[in-house]
Design a protein around this ligand. Structure first.
Ligand code: HEM
Length: 289
């Protein structure tokens, strides 16, 4: 999100964020954590290689059980983030950012160890087969979520406004009422322009896929075209209307991107809960039968 410059009816306005140079260090959330993750990945894969050379690759060998225990510990560590998010006021248990980093990197390593546990092949038994698929789904959707978050943050950073999803309907209504008042007071070409071309787009928050490509439907070309037909004494009203249409168009971009970020959680979180439950069942079945 852009830093807020001023507040206008709950829509924060600011300068577009400067473009940042592309490098892998900017792409990762924490260089130190990424290095720890990369080191752990190399260690895990080296152990697996040695295992293949000197021992048997099987889930019930000592090596395989070790990978299974490691994967379970990493899944629990990833889940600790969900607990930390619900106990944000607790200060003694460390910053929630640390839990998020453990979630992202630990969650990815979970899949690596789970795949090592199964010998990188899909298990034939139904329960372990489901567990395997759930692991891939949860981590796959997790990685997609991180990419989506980065994409949306970059797109929203280009806007001059900041607004929370829950407030968008109310703010759109306020903007529509203001725009209608400007058009009504100005009358003439502006009144006609508003009634025939703009009113429909001002009514409700609009989800557009093009918003993900940074498209802001601010009708700039239309305003330029109409400017020559509007008498000079109405130019102030024209600019006021242009700003309101732009504000609504930016709210539409927030609406599309923030809606998608919220919906994405539905493909990641419920399956993660099922994954934890099925893993618990798998451990129970393995220990008692
Ligand atoms: C062991 C596997 C994983 C489990 C069980 C799991 C579970 C969860 C749960 C329960 C949440 C919701 C947290 C909350 O808001 O209460 C969550 C959020 C999230 N997960 Fe995962 N996850 C796993 C792996 C991953 C991986 C590998 C990634 C990406 C590399 C990832 C990315 C995310 C992201 C980006 C969020 C939203 C974070 C936020 O903005 O608050 N997850 N996950």
């Amino acid at each position: 999100m852009t830093p807020a410059g001023s507040l206008d009816h709950g829509v924060a306005t600011g300068r577009p964020a400067p473009a940042s140079p592309h490098s892998w260090k900017r792409a990762v959330r924490s260089v130190r954590s990424f290095k720890v993750f990369a080191g752990a990945l190399v260690v895990a894969l080296t152990i697996y290689l040695v295992n293949g050379l000197v021992g048997v690759v099987s889930p019930d060998s000592a090596w395989g059980i070790g990978y299974g225990i490691g994967a379970t510990a990493l899944l629990l560590a990833a889940l600790a983030y969900a607990v930390r998010r619900r106990t944000l006021s607790a200060r003694t248990v460390g910053p929630s950012r640390t839990y998020l980093l453990i979630h992202l990197y630990g969650g990815t390593l979970f899949l690596v160890l789970a795949l090592m546990h199964s010998g990188f092949a899909m298990p034939q038994a139904p329960l372990t087969g489901i567990l395997w698929l759930l692991g891939i789904w949860v981590v796959g959707t997790g990685v997609l979520g991180v990419l989506l978050q980065k994409w949306c943050a970059a797109a929203l950073g280009q806007l001059t406004t900041e607004v929370q999803l829950v407030r968008i309907p109310e703010l759109v209504e306020q903007t529509r009422a203001q725009a209608e008042e400007v058009a009504r007071t100005a009358g003439g070409v502006l009144g006609d322009l508003y009634a025939s071309e703009l009113a429909g787009a001002m009514r409700t928050p609009t989800f557009r896929w093009r918003s993900f490509a940074g498209f802001v439907d601010d009708q700039a070309a239309r305003f330029e075209y109409v400017r020559a037909m509007v008498p000079p004494e109405r130019h102030e009203s024209l600019e006021a209307l242009r700003r309101l249409v732009r504000a609504k168009a930016e709210m539409d971009v927030h609406f599309a991107l923030q809606t998608m970020l919220r919906k994405w959680l539905w493909v990641h979180v419920p399956t993660a809960v099922v994954l934890a439950a099925v893993l618990g069942l798998h451990i129970f079945v393995t220990l008692y039968y």
